[in-house]
Design a protein around this ligand. Structure first.
Ligand code: ADP
Length: 321
C-alpha cells in the first residue's frame, strides 16, 4: 500500500481531529501517503481530496469539530453513488480508507468494502457512545464533561430558586450520556430510552422527593426518552402544579476542545486503523476494550447492541434517595 484516504462523516465529535492526525502521522512514519477526503462521502463522490502531510495536522489535536469537514450524503446510499466514489478513490491511487464516524458512516464503509473489495477500517467517532465493540467512542468523554459543567451551573439556579429543572441531554437511542451525567451531577432521576419508566412513575418520584423536603431537583432526560425534556416537564407541571423548568443542552455538547481521554483514545484508534490496513485487515472497526485495541467486524457494530450498565442504573436510583 502506497496511499490511503481518511475522512470524517456523519455527526462531528470532539477528538475527530486527533484521530485524523494519528492516521496521518502513523501512515507517514510507515512511508505511506495520506489523502484527506473533504465532507465525508459527499467529497468522495466529487473527488474532493487533499494531500495531508505530517505538518498539515500540526496544531489540530486540541481542536473540536473536524478540519476535514463532515456532511450527510444521500447519493452514497445508492449503488451508483458508491461506484462513483470507488472510481474516484482509485483514480487518485487511494488503496485503503479510514472512515471516522458513527454507525451510518460504518454502513457506507461496509458496502464500499463488500461491493468493490475496497479495504476500509472504521474509527468510532460519535458522542453517543452507542456502538457495539468498544468501551468508548471518540467524543463521548468530552460531551459528558461539557454537559456536566452545564448541569452544575443550572443546579446553582435550581437551588437558589428552589425549583425543579428538567435537563435534556443528547442520546436519541441510547442513555449513556444521560446516565453518566446523572450520576456525576447528582440528579434525582435519569430518564433513558432503554428504561421503560412511565411518566406517571416519574411524577410519583417528584412527589415523593418534594414530600421528603427537597426544594430543588434536577432530572436528566435523554432526548430519546418519551418525547424528551419538554414532554417530561409538561407531565410533571400538570400533575403536581410545580414550577418546573426545562433546559435542552443541544449542540453545545458536540463542540469544544477534546478531553485528554478523547485525545488519547483517538490517537490509539487512528494508529490502530493504519496498522490494520497495512496488515490487510478490512471491513472492521477499531475498538478499545479494557485499554486494548481490538478489531470488530463493521456489521457487528450495528447488529449487536451495547447496553448501558445495569449496575450504573441501579446506582443512579439508589443515590437519588
Ligand atoms: P453517523 O455516521 O454519525 O451515524 P449518519 O447516519 O448521518 O451519521 O451517516 C453518515 C453518512 O453515511 C450518510 O450521510 C450516508 O452517506 C452514509 N450512510 C448512512 N447509512 C447508510 C447506509 N445504510 N448505506 C450506505 N451509506 C450510508
Amino acid at each position: 500500500m502506497k496511499r490511503i484516504g481518511v475522512l470524517t462523516s456523519g455527526g462531528d465529535a470532539p477528538g475527530m481531529n486527533a484521530a485524523v492526525r494519528a492516521v496521518v502521522r502513523t501512515a507517514t512514519a510507515r512511508g505511506i501517503e495520506v489523502m484527506g477526503v473533504k465532507r465525508g462521502y459527499a467529497g468522495m463522490i466529487d473527488g474532493d481530496f487533499v494531500k495531508l502531510g505530517a505538518r498539515d495536522v500540526a496544531n489540530t489535536i486540541q481542536r473540536g469539530g473536524t478540519i476535514l469537514l463532515t456532511a450527510r450524503c444521500k447519493p452514497f446510499m445508492t449503488l451508483e453513488g458508491r461506484e462513483r466514489a470507488a472510481k474516484q478513490l482509485r483514480s487518485v491511487g487511494i488503496e485503503g480508507l479510514v472512515v471516522i464516524g458513527g454507525d451510518g458512516s460504518f454502513h457506507g464503509a461496509h458496502f464500499l468494502s463488500v461491493e468493490h473489495g475496497f479495504p476500509v477500517v472504521g474509527v468510532p467517532g460519535t458522542i453517543d457512545n452507542d456502538l457495539f465493540g468498544t468501551d468508548y467512542t471518540i467524543g463521548y468523554d468530552t460531551a459528558v464533561n461539557t454537559a456536566l459543567q452545564a448541569i452544575d451551573r443550572i443546579r446553582d439556579t435550581a437551588a437558589s430558586h428552589e425549583r425543579l429543572f428538567i435537563i435534556e441531554v443528547m442520546g436519541r437511542h441510547a442513555g449513556f450520556i444521560a446516565l453518566d451525567v446523572g450520576i456525576a451531577g447528582g440528579a434525582e432521576d435519569v430518564l433513558i430510552p432503554e428504561r421503560p419508566e412511565t411518566l406517571d412513575e416519574v411524577v410519583e418520584i417528584v412527589r415523593a422527593s418534594a414530600a421528603k423536603g427537597k426544594t430543588s431537583s434536577i432530572i436528566i432526560v435523554a432526548e430519546g426518552y418519551e418525547g424528551g425534556g419538554i414532554k417530561v416537564m409538561e407531565a410533571i407541571s400538570k400533575a403536581t402544579g410545580l414550577d418546573a423548568r426545562v433546559s435542552i443542552l443541544g449542540h453545545v455538547q458536540r463542540g469544544g476542545s477534546p478531553s485528554a481521554r478523547d485525545r488519547i483514545l483517538a490517537s490509539q484508534m487512528g494508529y490502530g486503523a493504519v496498522e490494520a490496513l497495512l496488515k490487510g485487515i478490512s471491513d472492521v472497526m477499531i475498538g478499545v476494550v479494557h485499554d486494548k485495541t481490538v478489531h470488530v467486524p463493521l456489521e457487528e457494530t450495528w447488529t449487536k447492541r451495547k447496553d448501558v450498565s445495569l449496575e450504573l442504573r441501579e446506582l443512579a436510583k439508589t443515590l437519588a434517595l
